[in-house]
Design a protein around this ligand. Structure first.
Ligand code: AMP
Length: 359
């Protein structure tokens, strides 16, 4: 009798998303190999090969040691991704890594978005200000995350400084949305086209960085959000987990951005759902049936800069601690804590420690 070996999944990147994918891999019988740098945090649970992710030859070589590839960051150049056995596909990643392409794609799919206009120089910035109005946010088309590469404008006189602040690169100008709150929907689509959706998650940011996620939220908007994601997933022939962030304004959902990967606002699914986003991503790309997304009310608190001391959180047994093993640094996501919403004492403790949900 021959024993089949486990499928080998290569992850481009070896940060905390790769770490949590690797933690889910034994559940579906997959082996993980990451392409990253020595010392990356996924090293604790999976082998990490040193690979320059900007070098197409190095990435193509890495792909020969695995059966299929996925990503943990959308910021890998399209020319590196070309021709690889990659899930999600390079077109989906390319659309998500450019805010202008992404906005046009949302509009093509019938989603509402904030008013926006392309900006390539100071002249087009002034034209965009006239078109979009103020206040507005100038965002770099590429490589922006956690509020980086963004400058707010309230007066046309700030245009030149704003251009200089984002580095004179191609941008979009986006009108400020007076939103009620922010939510995200995480969905999975597998190789047979099966879809699964998690409950809408409400997200609270400070300084452009996600601090707290709470699910479920806004059940009255769930089916609208699911229709939107089903449409996006099918148009992109997408395989894997996709996250879309929305602004909520009344009964409207305005698409802000999408992430072609597992997402920070879905970390709560590890404890809060029957199947985590990480397991469902692996199921989707391996061609397995998707797992149940039945969920329990849960909150997730990001630990930014440093982890709270273990003895503080250990006093509350319902708190699940995820320490990514990164060295502390201001503004760095070093871990997260998950807590069932029903444990109100533990929730109140985390709110006092890491900030209340209304930020
Ligand atoms: P982003 O990187 O586009 O997700 O922006 C980070 C955060 O900045 C968002 O989660 C919002 O809190 C805020 N933000 C971004 N764009 C807008 C907008 N057009 N109107 C209001 N707030 C925004």
């Amino acid at each position: 009798m021959t024993t089949a070996r486990n499928p080998r999944v290569g992850i481009l990147g070896a940060g905390q998303l790769a770490l949590m994918l690797a933690e889910a891999a034994p559940i579906v019988g997959a082996d993980i190999l990451c392409a990253g740098r020595p010392g990356d945090c996924a090293e604790r649970v999976a082998p990490v090969l040193p690979v320059d992710l900007n070098n197409p030859h190095a990435v193509a070589e890495f792909s020969k040691s695995v059966d299929l590839l996925t990503i943990e960051s959308e910021n890998i150049d399209a020319h590196v991704l070309h021709g690889l056995p990659l899930y999600p596909n390079a077109r989906a990643i390319g659309t998500a890594q450019d805010r202008l392409l992404e906005k046009h794609f949302f509009v093509d799919c019938g989603l509402e978005v904030a008013p926006f206009a392309p900006v390539n120089d100071l002249v087009s910035l002034h034209a965009a200000i006239r078109e979009v109005g103020l206040p507005a946010i100038l965002k770099t088309r590429r490589l922006g995350y956690d509020g980086k590469g963004q400058v707010r404008l309230t007066h046309p006189d700030q245009a030149a400084d704003a251009r200089a602040a984002v580095g004179e690169v191609p941008c979009i100008l986006e009108g400020m949305v007076a939103f009620d709150t922010e939510v995200s929907l995480i969905a999975a689509r597998n190789r047979s086209g099966q879809l699964a959706f998690y409950p809408l998650t409400e997200n609270f940011h400070r300084d452009g960085i996600l601090r707290i996620s709470r699910a479920p939220s806004h059940p009255e908007l769930q089916s609208l959000a699911e229709q939107h994601l089903a449409h996006l997933l099918e148009r992109l022939e997408y395989i894997g987990v996709l996250a879309v962030e929305f602004f909520v304004r009344g009964t409207h959902l305005l698409a802000n951005e999408m992430a072609p990967r597992v997402h920070n606002s879905g970390h709560w699914t590890i404890e809060g759902s029957d199947t985590s986003q990480f397991e469902n991503h692996l199921r989707a790309i391996l061609g397995l049936p998707l797992g149940s997304t039945d969920s329990r009310p849960t909150l997730m608190f990001n630990c930014i800069g440093s982890m709270p001391p273990p003895e503080a959180t250990a006093a509350f047994p319902s708190i699940a601690r995820h320490d990514y093993g990164k060295s502390p640094r201001p503004g760095r996501k070093v871990g997260h804590l998950t807590v069932p919403a029903a444990d109100t004492a533990a929730v109140a403790f985390l709110e006092s420690l890491l900030g209340p949900p209304r930020l």
